[in-house]
Write a new protein. Structure first.
Length: 506
């Protein structure tokens, strides 16, 4: 077991038996070539173009609510594919939930192959830092994926775990999809800076003896200085930064770098974990896309957290905004070990109904960020193909069911307002509709839902800054922009109430 005082430790997770070898070099495609390759595999000759986000463009996205629901009947999460109604929790867990997981894997996000290799975790450095007024222990952690079967691709998952140094026991942790790295590295003392500068000057003079005269003219100048104090950049609502709030409330956090798992572009699809399991070859139609890859990586990060004594592994959450909001929701839906989620401004492919014709469209994803999804998802943007054509109305699942897969665990759907930059493109109303419909599953499983009147067609979205935070499924639209930061204090209060966590007293 890793101890926080160690500078390096190793956790080896089970590795599938795989033969040694490198095989052929990875295929190198542009995004356009990879996109065309998948169209060819699927027999798609043409895709419908996605709408423009520019409201003045001829092909601008629809923002007329009267035209927003061309396929008004979303799939029912509580009706089996054979038409039987789900009436008990047992039926949900044993029959309906596996059925939904299978459909989301096959048609929307893709599969994680059974042969995916194991991960070897090691703590590479430990730093004692201050975040605001809270002393913390920060650990930089690398998870090296076994590439014995295909050595041409190396995947090293990078995350940074930060926990309050004065905690009396394991703490709840929120994993953030963001760049990893130490938040506030502990700097050398004045005496240590003097030694560093002395060595720097000696090295520079050795490289260029003429610099000795320069240094003699400027004896007080030092090449390396301490970082000057800077006031924190406050959240849009005037609160302290999210990470300051987390540690002050007695939580830890993880900076998890999704790019260390899989690149956020189509050209990188034959690299990263997707490329590694495919031995550098292009994806097949049911292979996972970047969203499923990032979710898989977060799960491997949780594998490590379950071994760290500073972490309350039963209360680890997942958080992200925009594309990482999509990834956070996908992570929560597929990996039931995550106890909570803060899903920020996730739009299509996240909390927003795929069937809605408002702002971003399914065609935006099939033609643009297609690599986020499984190859099969492209069928629903096809205008001409060997199978004819398909529309979003042909999808067997929708985001109400994705949110339902999170039940009964703590799930907060967060948005801002268009006036501050959380664009209409994201379809806030469509996300609210999906959340309302998913609420029925939370209730079936004994949790409290949104508690709104009416079904998803008639329920009224609450005013901005009026959160629905009484149940395990929650909603809050803040008055900020494309961020979930103004909802962090509400998340901490809401989640803390359900998990029985209280902030430490000053």
């Amino acid at each position: 077991m890793c101890r926080s005082t160690l500078l390096a430790c190793v956790l080896v997770l089970p590795v599938a038996g795989m033969a040694q070898g490198s095989g052929s070099p990875p295929v190198t495609f542009t995004a356009e070539q990879d996109h065309q390759n998948m169209m060819d595999q699927l027999g798609i000759k043409a895709l419908r173009p996605g709408p423009s986000g520019n409201e003045n463009a001829p092909n601008h996205a629809n923002y007329d609510e009267s035209k927003a629901n061309p396929y008004p009947n979303v799939p029912d999460p509580l009706v089996m594919n054979d038409g039987r109604k789900v009436t008990t929790p047992e039926m949900w867990w044993k029959e309906r939930r596996p059925e939904l997981v299978e459909m989301f894997s096959k048609y929307v996000y893709g599969r994680v192959p059974a042969s995916v290799p194991g991960v070897r975790w090691r703590v590479t450095a430990v730093d004692h830092e201050m975040i605001g007024f809270t002393p913390v222990i920060a650990k930089d952690v690398i998870g090296e994926v076994d590439n014995a079967a295909y050595q041409a691709i190396s995947v090293k998952i990078h995350m940074t775990l930060v926990t309050p140094a004065t905690a009396k026991g394991p703490v709840p942790v929120l994993m953030e999809f963001t760049r990893a790295g130490f938040p506030n590295p502990h700097e050398p003392s004045a005496e240590e800076f003097a030694e560093i500068n002395k060595a720097w000057k000696a090295l520079l003079v050795q490289q260029d003896p003429g610099l000795r005269e320069v240094f003699e003219k400027h004896p007080a100048w030092e090449p390396v200085k301490a970082t000057p104090f800077a006031f924190p950049q406050l959240n849009e609502d005037g609160d302290l930064p999210n990470e300051w709030q987390l540690v002050a409330a007695g939580w830890g956090f993880v900076r998890f770098d999704p790019a260390s798992v899989q690149a956020d572009d189509g050209a990188g699809i034959t690299r990263g974990i997707i490329g590694l399991v495919n031995r550098g070859q292009p994806r097949k139609p049911e292979d996972g896309g970047a969203l499923r890859a990032w979710a898989w990586g977060a799960g491997r990060g949780l594998d490590y957290l379950e071994t760290d004594p500073a972490v309350d592994a039963k209360h680890v959450g997942i958080e992200g905004v925009s594309r990482y909001g999509k990834a956070a929701l996908v992570t929560m839906a597929f990996d039931q070990r995550f106890a909570m989620a803060l899903v920020g401004s996730s739009g299509k492919g996240g909390a927003t109904l795929l069937r809605r014709n408002f702002g971003e469209a399914v065609e935006s994803l099939t033609g643009g960020e297609y690599y986020w999804m499984t190859g099969n998802f492209m069928k629903y943007g096809a205008s001409e193909a060997t199978f004819g054509s398909m529309t979003p109305g042909d999808l067997p699942v929708d985001s109400n069911e994705l949110i339902a897969l999170c039940a009964p665990r703590l799930t907060l759907i967060s948005y801002g307002v268009p006036e501050k930059g959380d664009a209409k493109w994201l379809d806030h109303e469509g996300s609210f509709m999906a959340t309302v419909d998913a609420s029925r599953v939370f209730v079936l499983l004994g949790a409290a839902g949104l508690g709104v009147e009416g079904d998803y067609r008639t329920a009224k979205m609450p005013p901005v800054n009026h959160g629905l935070l009484d149940g395990q499924l929650a909603w809050r639209q803040h008055d900020g922009g494309h961020t979930d930061a103004p909802n962090m204090k509400w998340f901490l209060q809401w989640a803390g109430k359900f998990i029985g966590h209280t902030a430490p007293q000053p």
